[in-house]
Design a binder for this molecule. Structure first.
Ligand code: NAI
Length: 370
């Protein structure tokens, strides 16, 4: 498989794909930059035991493209990129490996900023940041944004309010029944926002620790055995907050909710699911629009390096990031309305708006500045 051939598939057009190897530490990483039209590429590092190099490459190309669209729709002056480290983090992850990786990130001179993703955590970014200026998602003690699931959940909640406004004419979720699949970092914060709002929550998780947490923290949450039971139940909104591919042919056919808003990335199992949802009258708020709160949170580390906050300080500013994540409400509403006006599913409307912003704002780079 050739990288040029892969990146030249219709609809893709990666600027740069970098293979990084450090044999003593076992580091094998691929950094993919989809677009820097809006600014330096930002996206997390996934540390995962892919079955093959081809799988790792495929994933990083898909994920980096997704980040370009997510960052564009979040209104950030950042392009899209992503990195994968190929291997089992439990076996391979060491300080030396993370620092070797950090040196490769640094070698790109700021074309790519990294962050946490599956298999990498805030303390890992602190280690990576010892070798590069271009790591976000660092700990608060190191001046970073910390746990990005806080604003991811806040943004999902705002998107859910926007979808309620669009569907029912009021953003209030009070009295609505929300089904959450996945009570992980994001699902837990989201549960809190919904309970505070006066919604009723039904949830499921495969991990007993997560359901134990729910029983102890929010005894009013109804717990069900599995996602299948959840989606066939009497819910107004379905919030997939576990893994990708949550919306497939069977799920869409069985779903009783008329609104889907959740944190999970890549919710549509295959192209065409967005049409099936629309045909069944289910309002689907596109995943990358809804879950942008996390990237907005870590992107504030980049913004904060050169912008004073309202409190007169440089560096990460939670209030500024939260204000930006709150705007996911307006962005979601705009996409849902544009989709109606254009007669296309919201996922298509979002892609079009993201592509337009990348083209229009990216074009400005053609105006020469000293
Ligand atoms: P997490 O790993 O903390 O939580 C995921 C939860 O889903 C876990 O409790 C897990 O046990 C549960 N789960 C796994 N398979 C399940 C299944 N079949 N049925 C029910 N529950 C299942 O992950 P986190 O950070 O909460 O993220 C959730 C989703 O949101 C992921 O898809 C992630 O990629 C996405 N996301 C997260 C962001 C963040 O800032 N944390 C940002 C943007 C997207």
């Amino acid at each position: 498989m050739g990288v040029f051939a892969t990146t030249a598939e219709p609809g893709t057009g990666h600027e740069q794909v970098v293979f990084c190897q450090d044999q003593p530490t076992g580091l094998r990483a691929i950094i993919a930059i989809y677009s820097t039209a809006l600014g330096p590429a930002l996206g997390g590092t996934r540390f995962y035991p892919y079955a093959s190099e081809a799988d790792a490459l495929h994933d990083v190309l898909e994920l980096s493209r997704g980040m370009a669209y997510k960052n564009a729709m979040a209104g950030l002056d950042l392009g899209g990129g992503k990195a994968v480290i190929w291997g089992d983090p439990d076996q391979l992850k060491t300080e030396a490996l993370l620092r070797a990786y950090g040196r490769f990130v640094e070698s790109l001179g700021g074309r790519y900023y990294t962050a946490c993703d599956v298999g990498t955590y805030v303390p890992d970014m602190d280690v990576v940041a010892r070798e590069t200026r271009f790591a976000t998602g660092r700990s608060r003690e190191s001046g970073g944004a910390g746990d990005s699931s806080i604003l991811t959940a806040w943004g999902v909640f705002q998107a859910m309010r926007a979808a309620a406004e669009h569907r029912w004419g009021s953003p209030s979720l009070a009295g609505r029944r929300i089904g959450i699949a996945g009570l992980g970092k994001v699902g837990r914060y989201l549960t809190g926002h919904l309970i505070d709002e006066g919604a009723s929550v039904v949830a499921t998780d495969v991990d007993e620790r997560a359901t134990d947490w729910a029983r102890a923290t929010y005894p009013q949450v109804d717990l069900v055995a599995d996602t299948d039971t959840l989606i066939r139940g009497d819910i107004d909104v379905y919030a997939p907050c576990a893994l990708g591919g949550a919306l497939d042919d069977d799920t869409v056919a069985a779903l009783r909710a008329t609104v889907v808003v959740g944190a999970a990335n890549n919710q549509l199992a295959h192209p065409g699911v967005e049409k099936q949802l629309a045909e069944r009258g289910i309002l689907y708020a596109p995943d990358y629009v809804v879950n942008a709160g996390g990237v907005i949170q870590v992107a504030d580390e980049v913004t904060g390096a050169s912008a004073l906050s309202a409190s007169g300080r440089y560096g990460f500013d939670f209030d500024r990031a939260k204000a930006r994540a709150t705007r996911i409400y307006q962005t979601t509403l705009r996409i849902l309305r544009t989709a109606d006006a254009d007669g296309v599913p919201p996922a298509v409307a979002a892609d079009r708006l993201a592509e337009r912003r990348m083209a229009e704002v990216g074009r400005l780079r053609g105006i020469h500045l000293r």
